[in-house]
Ligand binder design. Sequence first.
Ligand code: 13P
Length: 251
Amino acid sequence: MRKNMIAGNWKMNTTLSEGLALAKGLNEALKGKTLQCEVVIGTPFIHLASIAAAIDTDKIGVAAQNCADKEKGAYTGEVSAAMIASTGAKYVILGHSERRQYYHETAGTLKTKVNLALAKGLTPIFCIGEVLEEREEGRHFEVVDEQIKASLFDLSADDFSQVVIAYEPVWAIGTGKTATADQAQEIHAHIRQTLAARYGAAIAGDTTILYGGSMNAENAKDLVAKADVDGGLIGGASLSVEKFLPIIEAF
Ligand code: 13P
């Protein structure tokens, strides 16, 4: 079933005590509220277990921001999907443009990570999106299609049904320059068509597709009002309850 979702991506921000305070603050703010969307927070690895233990994870899902492309073993410094799942986290953000760009993650590596995450029962929040030059050249549709096909299209229909897609135009991330609601709707509808061509209209219709990139309390309502925008992946504005809460309440 297609779900509405607002997910925070804290990136490399907050010490453990700051992160715990933020998560507990959000937990407190949502108490007693009936929400029209699922809420997820993507925290640094080292926060996962403490935060999952400190909040109501039925109300706020916990996500890692990456996972290893190996199952286990001698891979110093890596964190496996099984380790993430063992903390109580239910989601993992994969393929964020910052990981593709700064850590050279390829479509092939991401395909492996998606498979490992699904095998451990985690929901991948799989990020795609074009850079400014690609948009200016009118290649954004083909860029996202290629990203989806290369990392996801070998999945079975059952496995694919577990995946959440996050469209994040790289030029809108952390720039204050958000895509317009019409631009988001146009490419989300295109993404859904691409999914339908591979998995059929029913599964494509059930897929949650988030928008990410400078989403905030001001623009969230217009974005999520669009038929194919099912929520958001929020960076900067997820780092304070005051800024994140109105986005959750945009539904
Ligand atoms: P901002 O909301 O800070 O632009 O970041 C978006 C993002 O990259 C979420 O993954």
